[in-house]
Structures are given as structure tokens and as C-alpha cells.
Write a protein that binds this ligand. Sequence first.
Ligand code: FAD
Length: 399
Amino acid sequence: MPQTFDVCVIGGGIHGAGVAQAAALSGLSVALVEKSGWGAGTSSKSSKLIHGGLRYLQTFQFGLVRQSLRERRTLLTIADDIVKPNHFYLPIYKGGRFKPWQVRIGLVLYRLLAGRNNLGGFKKLPKSDWDQLEGLNSANLAAVFIYQDAQTDDKTLTQRVVASAKQHGATLFCPARFLTAEQQEDGYLVTIAQQLEHGSELTTIACRTLVNAGGPWINRIADTIEPKPPMINVDLVKGTHLQFAQQLSAKCFYLEAQSDHRAVFVLPYKGGTLVGTTETLFEGNPDGVSPSREEVDYLLEIMHHQFPHFNHNPINAWAGLRVLPANKKSPFKRSREVQFAETPNYIAIYGGKLTGYRATAEVVLKKIRKSMQQRAALAGSGNPTTALFQIVDSSKVKI
Ligand SMILES: Cc1cc2nc3c(=O)[nH]c(=O)nc-3n(C[C@H](O)[C@H](O)[C@H](O)COP(=O)(O)OP(=O)(O)OC[C@H]3O[C@@H](n4cnc5c(N)ncnc54)[C@H](O)[C@@H]3O)c2cc1C
């Protein structure tokens, strides 16, 4: 007989880890299946910001910004050794996309959405202090604001959440590739290929709810499920980062690229500097994603223009894939909100943010709970509430 779990989660990125942790905390039996390594996918290729996303105010995603700011506060508390506040310089140039007064309004709104005691303070840097800006190009500089957000290491954060899931009883399968799932009377029979020392071994597990947290692989995973579950039409949008050994600054810069007015971050990272990112439509297998020459040149050009004296070569470059709704809008204008495709026994998590993983996991748990309740009622098992579990609030659990 295959081992049976309440929930089987495919994908050990931040979303899979978050759902596994939340489910395990709430007393459900959970299997978490990851093919490569914890956080090996998108969850180690982000800009590593725990932020509300100041730029999403431009596209009126107020709900997302508010929720992310709330999550920022939680993560600064429950993971205070790996989620750290930092200052962000935001220079505004004449002829740029925004005027200083518009940015000021944005920052006021950001502060309001953050609520009290949540890194909301900002100020305009006096011109006399512009020499603190690490040699930032000051030609046509109109104003510089300074505000706060937080930084982390995305992979470490994911690994911490996985460890917490395990501590609360989740069973981990890694490296183990999900191969297929077949619908059963109440759930799925899942086949995985576990990588063992002497080769791989097929294992079958049963679960009542299957959670597809496959990030950019999500529809490839859905394609192998029988019968085919609902899928959302998405585009994969590549984002490249460059890493430099030399540290430009201990603070962060939020820049506007001169050529196309996109937002680009220059961040302190592992004693050096991280610069990113790009937005390029990607087709093909997510396993093969890598930075293109054009993307590297684009980021280098921004660095050369903004910090002419910083003439170092990057020591590393990598790319990750955003999962965004497929439409004709530019990638920047597409919603960053998480979306779900679901049936009573299946939930797939599309898109979302590293910052919001805990809130997303909570939504998934509520969906599982509701579906269990409906299934129990349909099966006529008397009082449906006997089948229910209490969702434990993970915002109080240190990771
Ligand atoms: C360039 C870029 C910058 C970003 N910057 C930020 C930021 O600064 N702040 C922020 O909050 N968010 C940011 N994001 C968003 C954030 O990184 C993602 O939302 C998040 O990491 C997605 O996590 P995930 O778990 O959904 O996907 P992933 O991390 O990709 O996890 C999916 C996992 O599924 C596994 N998998 C795939 N197929 C199988 C299979 N068959 N069997 C088993 N396992 C499988 C993969 O190996 C992978 O580990 C950024 C995203 C990008 C692309």
C-alpha cells in the first residue's frame, strides 16, 4: 500500500515550502517533493528583496503592496537574522519617467500602506549630501529620496521554511522528480523518481490534495496529471542578475534605466554587489534558462552610466523566470498577484512573490479546508466539521 498523505506538494521553492510548513503546522500529513534542491529554482534567482514593491503602485496594485508590506513586517520578526532592513536611494533625473513630487506621493502612499512602525519613514536627501552617493552620476539629477525596505537571502529563507515544515512533521523527498499523478476516488496516486546513491527508484504515494507549486514548471507538471487539471495561460518572463565581487555601497539603489525607464536595483550582496533585473519573454524548458549577452550588456550599460567609476567585471550572472499572466501588456504592467487553478483535490499556485509566500500558503490552506469540508458533506459523513483541521497562524512561528 502506498503511504498516504493529506497533502502532497510538488516543488520545493518558497511556495511549496510555505504550503508544506503551513499544512504541517496545522496537523496535516504532508509530503514535499523537489527534483533538484530546496530553493534551486526561481527562489534562488530573485532580487532577494522582502518588499512591498514600491513600483507596483504605478500599476495600482494596492492590495498586493499592502499585503506584501504586512508580510515584510512579519518576516522581519520571525526571520530577523536573515531578513534585514536596509536604506534605498531613489534618484530622480530630469527627463525621467517621474517628477520628484510624484515620487513623494508614491512614498507617502507606501508609508500609509505599511502602517505604523513598519519602515515607513523616508526623506529627500539634501543636495549637500549627494556626495554620499558613491559617485552616482549627478548630471541632470533633480532629487534623491531615501526610504527603507528589506533584503534577505532567498535560498536560505526557503531552506529555513523547509526545515520548519520538517520539524512540524512534513516528509521530505529530495532529490525526487514528480513524474505523474492519477486521480483516485478521493485524491491522487502520485509517482515520483527518487534519486538514491545507486540510481533512481520509483515510489508511489497517495494524497487527498495535490498542490502544484512548480513555479515556471507548473504547466509542465499539470500536463502529466490524469485527467488534465485546469491550467492558466501564462508567459515566462526572464530576469537576469549580475554579481560583482566589489561592493559599491552598503545601501541599496533603486534606479531608472536611461534607455527604457525600467526599474533596476543595485544592491549589496555577499560582500559585493548585485545588479538586476531584466524582463525578456522566455520560451522553452525552464531547466535551460540562462542570461543572454544582450541582458548582461544592458545591465552593464546601466552600471557604467550611473556609476562611471565602477568599472569592474561581473563574477557571475544568472537568470530566473517570473510566471505572469499571458497577455499583450508589457511584462512590467502585468499583475504580480498570485493566481490559483483548482479542483476539489488539486490546487496550482501561479506567480506570486517571495515576500508573500506565507500569505499565499494561508490562502492555500483555507482552500484545502473548504474543499475537505465540502467533500465530507458530499460523502454524507455526518457532521462535516469532524473532518476539519484548525489553521495554525505561521506568523508567530520563528523560522
Ligand atoms: C528575476 C526575479 C526577481 C524577483 N525578485 C523578487 C524579489 O526581490 N522579491 C520578491 O518578493 N519576489 C521576487 N521575485 C518573485 C519570486 O522569486 C518568486 O515568486 C518565487 O521565488 C517563486 O517561487 P515558487 O516556489 O513558486 O517557484 P520556484 O522557486 O521556481 O520553485 C519551483 C520548484 O519546483 C521544482 N520542480 C519543478 N519540476 C518538478 C518536478 N517534476 N518534480 C519535483 N520538483 C519540481 C523546481 O526544481 C523548483 O525548485 C522575483 C522573481 C524573478 C524571476
